[in-house]
Design a protein around this ligand. Structure first.
Ligand code: NAD
Length: 302
C-alpha cells in the first residue's frame, strides 16, 4: 500500500509504517497543485489541518482507499464525497485533548491578565504598571459550548481554578460534578468567559454572530481553540470596538493562514496560528495513532 503523508507527523510514525511494509512518501509542504498531480499514485493519504481534500483532489485520487486525519476535525475533507467514492476516513480524536485544553486555559489566564500586552509594552521599553490591571478567574462564570472531550477537559481544569462552569451541547450529555448543563440562552446571559469546543459544520458556521454576542454580558471574554468559521470575525471585531466583548483569544481563523489581520490591530485580541494540538506529547500520540490506523487498515485490506 502506497501512502502520501501531506502534513507533518512524527518521524517515529513514518518509521513504524515503513517497518510494517507500507510504502510511505512524506511531502509535508506539498502544494494543492502538486497534490493534484501526484495523488493518483497513492492508496492512502495522511493529513492534518493544512491539506484540504476537496472534490478535485478526490477526483484525481483514482486509487485512494483511505484518508487518515491526524487530529479531530475532518472539516478539511469533503467527507460525504469521499465516502461516496468508497474512501474510508479515519481520525485520531482523543490524541490532542490535553494539548487543546491546556492552551485554552492558558488563554483564559492571558485574557484575564494582560500577559501578552504587557510583554509587548516591556519590549518597547515602557513601564505601564497602572495600564495592566486584570481580573481574576476565581469566582467567574465560564460558559463552555461543546461538552465533548475537549470541552470536558477545559471544564474540569477551570472548575479546579475556582470558576463556575456552565456547559451547553446540542446533544444530551451526562452531567459531571465540575459543571452544570444549561440552555444556551442561560449560558450566554451568565458567562464572564466563553470557550468554544464544537466542530465546524453547516449549523455551527458563524454561530457566534452579532445576535449571539448581543445576548452575552457586556465585557465577556471569548476564547476559540475549536474552529475559526464558528465565529463571524467581522461581528467579533465590531463587538470588541463597541466594548461588548472585552477580549478575544483566537487559535483558529476562518481563513488560514490568516490573511485579514484587522482583528490583530485591536490590543484586546491575542492569538496563535492554529497550534492547539502542537505539543510534543500530542504530536507523538497523533503519530502513533495514525500509524496504528494505517497498519490495521492495510492488514484488513490484504
Ligand atoms: P467532540 O466530538 O468530543 O466534542 C464536540 C462536542 O460539540 C460534541 O459533544 C457535540 O455534540 C457538540 N456540538 C456539535 N455541534 C454543536 C453545536 N452547534 N452546538 C453545541 N454543541 C455542539 O470533539 P473534541 O475532541 O472535544 O473537539 C472539539 C473541536 O475542537 C473539534 O471539532 C475541532 O474542531 C477542535 N479542535 C481544535 C484543535 C486546534 O488545533 N485548535 C485541535 C483539536 C480539535
Amino acid at each position: 500500500m502506497k501512502v502520501l503523508v501531506c502534513d507533518s507527523i512524527s518521524p517515529r510514525a513514518v518509521e513504524r509504517m515503513r517497518q510494517a511494509c507500507l510504502e510511505v512518501d512524506v511531502n509535508d509542504k506539498i502544494t494543492p497543485e502538486e497534490l493534484l498531480q501526484v495523488i493518483g499514485g497513492y492508496d492512502g493519504m495522511v493529513v492534518r489541518s493544512r491539506t484540504k481534500v476537496r472534490k478535485p483532489v478526490l477526483d484525481a485520487a483514482k486509487n485512494l482507499k483511505v484518508i487518515v486525519r491526524g487530529g479531530v476535525g475532518v472539516d478539511n475533507i469533503d467527507v460525504d464525497y469521499a465516502q461516496a467514492k468508497g474512501v474510508k476516513i479515519l481520525n485520531t480524536p482523543g490524541a490532542s485533548t490535553h494539548a487543546v485544553a491546556e492552551l485554552t486555559i492558558g488563554y483564559l489566564f492571558a485574557m484575564a491578565r494582560p500577559i501578552v500586552q504587557s510583554t509587548i509594552s516591556l519590549r518597547e521599553g515602557l513601564w505601564e504598571k497602572s495600564k495592566f490591571e486584570g481580573v481574576e478567574l476565581a469566582g467567574k462564570v465560564l460558559g463552555v459550548i461543546g461538552m465533548g472531550r475537549i470541552g470536558n477537559a477545559v471544564a474540569q481544569r477551570a472548575a479546579a481554578l475556582g470558576m463556575l462552569v456552565l456547559g451547553y451541547d446540542s446533544r444530551t450529555v451526562g452531567t459531571a460534578p465540575y459543571m452544570h448543563m444549561v440552555e444556551l440562552d442561560e449560558l450566554l446571559a451568565k458567562s464572564d468567559f466563553l470557550s468554544l469546543h464544537i466542530p465546524l459544520t453547516e449549523s455551527s458556521h458563524h454561530m457566534i454572530n452579532a445576535e449571539f454576542i448581543a445576548k452575552m454580558k457586556k465585557g465577556v471574554r471569548i476564547v476559540d481553540c475549536a474552529r475559526g468559521g464558528v465565529i463571524d470575525e467581522d461581528a467579533l471585531y465590531d463587538a470588541i470596538t463597541s466594548g461588548q466583548v472585552a477580549a478575544a483569544a483566537l487559535d483558529v481563523f476562518e481563513n488560514e493562514p490568516l490573511s485579514d489581520r484587522k482583528l490583530f490591530e485591536l490590543p484586546q485580541v491575542i492569538g496563535s496560528p492554529h497550534i492547539g494540538a502542537a505539543t510534543k506529547e500530542a504530536t507523538a500520540r497523533i503519530g502513533d495513532e495514525v500509524a496504528d490506523l494505517l497498519i490495521a487498515f492495510n492488514k484488513e485490506a490484504c
